[in-house]
Ligand binder design. Structure first.
Ligand code: GLC
Length: 529
């Protein structure tokens, strides 16, 4: 059915490649800038695909590169079927897919179906159309309550989720006021987004990452949430605008579209839910293929917490026949090195977490720069901050720019290889990042980059179907077997464990036959003969 199956990946013809894939997230603005405007772009990604192939990942997910006023880094889409000139052209997108496929890498693109940009023609038409018109019915326009908004919903980015237009109606925006929510009870909306899916599938992409997949359907009648710290309670309570039953019907219809291509295409949900059981509902056999495991990302660096999340995830996903996913970082959260303690302790824990993550059954998402051990940049000057959270919180929350700083490729140059020399990147890179660049870390066996490369290479030989089996271990240590692999992670004081022939450790370890002295915050892999 796909018109360009000629560009399909030939290395792994299996339709189930995604079940154990390692997928690398490219945050397009910060990956590689080819033309010197300080902003990453599609030709930049093309020029660096060799890094991803060498790293050993199976696919890349590229964040939105569609025409956009960039009020939310491209998650405010003005045209779903084109490329923003800052990022390139549709031909660049085609070329990128073809180059990636030639290297055996699959390509996943972002779809943003919860909201458009206010600059989208639909919203522009809605603004000039009268209340009750079909143009307004594509969005959620409502009369207010007295002088106030229609209900008490809060924007995820701070402040009310409603903005008033001159004729007195209000429109809903769960994010920035420049990101109006579309109304998924309107059949025209449903048809439009299926058409957008087909547009990119016909261009040759292998799948989608679905932005705010838990948000599309709102509770009937738009009832009050009844809380004035709604995003503080999102972990424990269901809000009337998130994780509503009606979203599942949408994904069933999308699954039919994805399955109509050969080989079938895939989708991963960005669904922030209360627990693993709610997340698993998005990956039932007739819905989506994967959902990011944010419960894993949110766990503390603790043996008990991580074991509970791993066990809970597998218990929830196995019955629905879906693979688990494991994710430590993305463009919305503090980088894992910093979350786990920052500085040398954070790096050490992140290295151990990498071996833990890559040993688990299922699929893994890596975020660009994670393979370099980059920390969060905590001291960006106020004047460069672009995240709408900074503005909407009245400058009380700095937002997510600290995990979006352009990544360093070379030891020298004004943008450390992110952009042509002489370019100023859209966010400044810390001076110390020269030593963290791809060039500086390559061939250094102690580097984070070489740890990832080795771990990803070894992972290819694991029996991907093997289940995880926990072993008895000392307090503060997690030990498990999976097929021919043994893995231990020590969160507590240095301790001696029994192991088989060592494959890889996250730090240097002393080994004496089958006895391994595993230092604190260290992980080890060994072969089980
Ligand atoms: C998702 C994106 C985030 C964006 C938001 C609104 O959570 O990951 O970056 O701000 O959706 O589109």
């Amino acid at each position: 059915m796909s018109p360009d199956s000629s560009t399909a990946v030939t290395g792994d013809p299996g339709a189930h490649w995604w079940r154990h894939a390692v997928i690398y997230q490219v945050y397009v603005r910060s990956f590689a800038d080819s033309d010197g405007d300080g902003i990453g772009d599609l030709p930049g990604i093309r020029s660096r695909l060799g890094h991803l192939a060498h790293l050993g990942v199976d696919a890349l997910w590229i964040t939105p590169f569609y025409p956009s006023p960039m009020a939310d880094g491209g998650y405010d889409v003005a045209d779903y079927r084109d490329v923003d000139p800052a990022f390139g052209t549709l031909d660049d997108a085609r070329g990128l897919v073809a180059d990636a496929h030639a290297l055996g890498l699959r390509v996943i693109v972002d779809i943003v179906p919860n909201h458009t940009s206010a600059a989208h023609p639909w919203f522009q038409q809605a603004l000039t159309a009268p209340p009750g018109s079909p143009e307004r019915a594509r969005y959620l326009f409502r009369p207010g309550r007295g002088d106030g908004p229609p209900n008490d919903w809060e924007s995820v980015f701070g402040g009310p989720a409603w903005t008033r237009v001159p004729d007195g109606e209000w429109y809903l925006h769960l994010f920035d006021s420049s990101q109006p929510d579309v109304d998924w009870s309107n059949p025209e909306v449903r048809t439009e987004y299926v058409d957008v899916l087909r547009f990119w599938l016909d261009l040759g992409v292998d799948g989608f990452r679905i932005d705010v997949a838990h948000g599309l359907v709102k509770a009937d009648g738009l009832p009050d949430a009844g809380d004035n710290d709604q995003h503080g309670v999102a972990d424990t309570q269901r809000l009337p605008y998130f994780d509503q039953e009606g979203v599942h019907e949408i994904y069933r219809s999308w699954r039919a579209v994805l399955d109509s291509y050969s080989p079938p295409r895939v989708a991963v949900a960005e669904a922030w839910t209360r627990d693993a059981a709610r997340t698993a509902r998005y990956v039932r056999s007739d819905e989506l293929h994967q959902a990011f495991n944010f419960h894993y990302l949110r766990a503390d660096w603790s043996a008990a917490d991580l074991r509970a999340v791993i066990t809970g995830t597998l218990a929830a996903t196995t019955p629905v026949g879906a693979p688990a996913t494991w994710v430590l970082s993305n463009h919305d959260v503090q980088r894992v090195v910093t979350r786990y303690g920052d500085g040398p302790v954070g790096v050490r824990r992140a290295r151990a977490a990498t071996l833990l993550t890559l040993a688990l059954p299922g699929s893994v998402y890596l975020y660009q720069g994670e393979e370099l051990g980059l920390p969060e940049v905590l001291d960006l000057p106020d004047s460069v901050l672009q995240d709408p959270i900074w503005r909407r919180s009245n400058h009380t929350e700095r937002g997510r720019d600290g995990c979006r700083v352009p990544i360093p490729w070379t030891r020298s140059g004004t943008a450390l290889g992110f952009a042509p020399d002489g370019t100023t990147p859209w966010l400044p890179q810390p001076s110390g990042w020269s030593d963290l660049s791809v060039a500086a870390q390559t061939d250094d066996p102690a580097s984070v980059l070489e740890l990832y490369r080795t771990a990803l290479r070894l992972r290819r030989d694991f029996d991907q179907a093997a289940e995880l089996e926990w072993l008895e271990s000392a307090p503060g240590v997690l030990t498990f077997h999976r097929g021919g692999l043994g893995c231990a992670v020590n969160f507590g004081p240095d301790t001696e464990i029994l192991c088989g022939p060592l494959l890889l450790t996250s730090e240097q370890c002393e080994v004496d036959g089958a006895k391994l002295l595993l230092p604190q915050d260290t992980a080890a892999w060994w072969a089980i003969p």
